[in-house]
Ligand binder design. Structure first.
Ligand code: ADP
Ligand code: MG
Length: 454
């Protein structure tokens, strides 16, 4: 669009509305393309959806015990002790959260694993856990991994701004185990590796067998679902009947209409031309998309007139939390040194936050619709979608927009889809996967191989 056509505020806002729109026609197109890409991915053909087998089936609900879990997300590390009662109930005996420092995300691989080991050490100290015993740990690792067994897998490529060296192509369980030994915690054995989406699905499934999809809407975004083993054509000799959970890695979906802001963000990112859907949807990027629009509007004299143009010049300085504040009726202006912001500018920022976050929720809704219809084209069953992630949990109105798209697409049938927040699901689910791993191990003299759970 030419500059003079969008030089008034109203026309610029309607221009934004149009380049960020997701019409019902777009949503249907996303569904069709998703199905094609899912099919290619399962067959091992070229696809932007990796469709990774997880080596995990849906849980039975009878898994039992107390497990140590390490959940490495995109922003946070959580160490948890999770208790499973064998009757579908879970409780968290202890949890500690740590923020991953920027320098760890982009430094040497060994340094990030040493940092993780230190977090586990602090967790042991804080909770006075006996270090003379041995423990089983389930590792939730929220990045694309080509899994070779329940407790091994190689990192395919970093996402969410991580670039730590020496990790891509290597087994992340081996790297974590080596760091634990370096930090004198070799008494912790990593028994399961799980993707966060898989953990989320398993966590909800434990108590609710109607749950057949796990979704992450946090720093990154991804989803998984139980697939008939016979349909996972790329692994013809899995030796399993029934279903296996497939990690879609939907953040990589590449068939979306990107606008100029998406394209610029992608080009400047640490993983250019990858993770297109993630960059339009997930929490790591919404603030940055909005910041790029703000800079453009300031340059055109449509926003914050008289303010130094450099106020929003640093990449990723505007966060999804800031947009979330605006959506709550508050603002972020003080954080950026802006005082006496006019009513018109406040209204413009509100519109911008709404436009960026609504598109995110609508794409997420269309992607959920694609997976549900892949599993059940005629809505013959109910579907509970387990969702973990702070974007979904805390962004005002986000859930309603997802529901809105599902209603528009499916009318009354949309009632068969239930979205359920599963807080810390990604961690709890790994504990369940760990329990399955532990029960599969040969048991000598009934003492669980001398291993102790916390
Ligand atoms: P992780 O992705 O590390 O597992 P979370 O699920 O907690 O962690 O997601 C963290 C992301 O959620 C942040 O990077 C941010 O983008 C987003 N976020 C944080 N606070 C809010 C909020 N109040 N409203 C909306 N999104 C938020
Ligand atoms: Mg997470």
């Amino acid at each position: 669009m030419g500059k003079n056509q969008v030089n008034t505020l109203d026309s610029f806002l309607s221009h934004l509305e149009s380049i960020f729109s997701v019409t019902i026609h777009d949503a249907k197109e996303i569904i069709d393309t998703f199905h094609r890409e899912m099919s290619s991915g399962l067959a091992g053909m070229k696809s932007s959806l990796k469709m990774i087998p997880s080596f995990v089936g849906p849980p039975s609900g009878t898994e039992k015990g107390k497990y140590l879990v390490l959940d490495l997300g995109g922003t946070n590390i959580r160490v948890l002790a999770v208790e499973l009662d064998g009757k579908g109930n879970t409780s968290m005996a202890a949890v500690s959260r740590f923020v991953i420092p920027q320098e760890m995300m982009c430094g040497a691989g060994d340094a990030i694993f040493d940092y993780i080991a230190d977090c586990i050490k602090l967790f042991f100290e804080k909770n006075c856990i006996d270090r003379q015993k041995t423990y089983d740990l389930a590792f939730t690792f929220s990045f694309p991994v080509e899994q070779s067994s329940l407790a091994s897998g190689k990192l395919i490529g970093w996402t969410k701004g991580f670039t730590a060296s020496g990790v891509v192509g290597n087994d992340v369980v081996a790297l974590l185990s080596a760091a634990l030994r370096r930090k004198e915690m070799g008494f912790i054995h990593v028994v399961a590796l799980a993707n966060d989406t898989v953990g989320t699905l398993v966590a909800k499934c434990y108590s609710d067998p109607s749950c057949d999809m796990g979704v992450i809407l946090g720093t990154g975004t991804n989803a998984c679902y139980p697939e008939k083993v016979a349909r996972i054509l790329k692994c013809p000799v899995l030796g399993l009947s029934g279903k296996m959970i497939v990690n879609i890695e939907w953040g990589g979906f590449s068939q979306l209409k990107m606008n100029i802001y998406d394209q610029d963000l992608d080009c400047a990112s640490r993983n250019a031309d990858k993770q297109h859907l993630e960059k339009m949807v997930s929490g790591m990027y919404l603030g940055e998309i909005a910041r790029r629009v703000i800079v453009e509007m300031m340059n055109r004299g449509l926003l914050f007139k008289g303010t130094n143009l450099s106020a929003f010049s640093r990449e990723y300085m505007l966060h999804t939390e800031h947009l979330s504040l605006v959506a709550q009726g508050s603002d972020f202006f003080a954080d950026f040194g802006l005082r006496d912001v006019s009513e018109v500018d406040r209204g413009t920022i509100r519109e911008l936050c709404r436009i960026v976050s609504t598109r995110s929720a609508k794409i997420a809704g269309a992607a959920i619709a694609a997976v549900v219809t892949w599993m059940d084209a005629n809505f013959e069953s109910d579907h509970t979608i387990a969702i973990d992630g702070t974007l979904f949990e805390k962004y005002p109105g986000y859930q309603d927009h997802i529901v809105g798209v599902l209603r528009e697409l499916f009318g009354e049938c949309a009632k068969r889809i239930r979205l359920e927040l599963v807080r810390d699901g990604s961690g709890i689910g790994s504990a369940i996967i760990g329990a399955v791993a532990a029960s599969a191990r040969p048991v000598s003299s009934g003492d669980d191989c001398g291993r102790h759970r916390i």
